[in-house]
Design a protein around this ligand. Sequence first.
Ligand code: NAI
Length: 333
Amino acid sequence: MRVTVFSTKPYDRTFLSEANAAAGHELTFLEPRLTAQTARLAEGSDAVCAFVNDDLCAEVLGQLADVGVRVVALRSAGFNNVDLVAARKLGLTVVRVPEYSPHAVAEHTAGLILSLNRKIHRAYNRVREHNFALAGLLGFDLHGRTVGIVGTGRIGVCVAQIMAGFGCRVLASDPYPNEAAVAAGVEYVPLERLLAESHIVTLHCPLTPDTRHLIDADRIALCREGVMLINTGRGALVDTRAVIDGLKSGRIGYLGLDVYEEESDLFFEDRSERVLGDDDFARLTTFPNVLITGHQAFFTEDGLHNIAETTLTNLTTVQNDGPDAVPTPARIC
Ligand code: NAI
């Protein structure tokens, strides 16, 4: 298949090229994001390969179909950036990587929790300046604290297992309770109770119209004073302005983010020479108790290897056996 790969970074090129040695597709790597302005660059391709901040709205999908594209292969698990109704109308096949390394995201989540609690990001800077004072670095034992997990799918279950390993009491909220989570000692409770009882709340549900701003001002008000809020799911699961207010009032005592509502204009690029135009993001970076990473939770060797392998297997299956041959969690349209 001829495949135009959007939003390509050097590491994408490396892992996709390695996996393609066996698959033999004709890959064209492009650096720009997929948008209404760039969609026509896919002319002559059978498929496009897209990432989390590529725009697959109805207009872009229409343009892709116009230039002959039949398949959209997402190299991500989340697919909130795709208008599936439009894709279906246009007869496009959309495939994704449902699972590549839940451990990668879960372990990064644990990293944010530990760093924020023990203030490792601040200690790192202090020691480099030969400041060995401990005042301001006080943490708390995770053992015995309550962690609330919103969404216990592949990633949420791994987080539950890790936090249970620290000796935490683990609560969860999910419309579909998961046996593996129960086996790890998780207690399912309504979201309101989870928020009221948890010292740490971590989000692992998909972004849908129902979960947009799941954590808003009203829900923040239900949280424990000084709660630690972690979001490695999707940025718009939290209302950023409400979170800033929560940090200012002290209701939120720690904030760890790997995703941000408006990240598509920021993340994955070196913007250090440019003026930051996003005032909310700028405000977030001023809080000493906020730790932000730029959507890197997935970014392990294992994760990238599995993403590349599954993406190319999806394309090969569509090419050789037709779209119906791709199993359901991978084929979403
Ligand atoms: P999954 O599909 O295995 O699990 C999602 C779980 O959320 C399901 O059990 C579902 O029932 C539950 N859920 C849905 N609506 C809910 C609600 N309103 N309240 C509570 N639970 C709800 O997905 P997986 O693989 O665990 O990934 C979760 C999310 O993590 C993805 O949708 C994606 O947005 C994000 N992600 C972030 C990455 C990163 O690098 N930061 C990498 C990979 C995924």
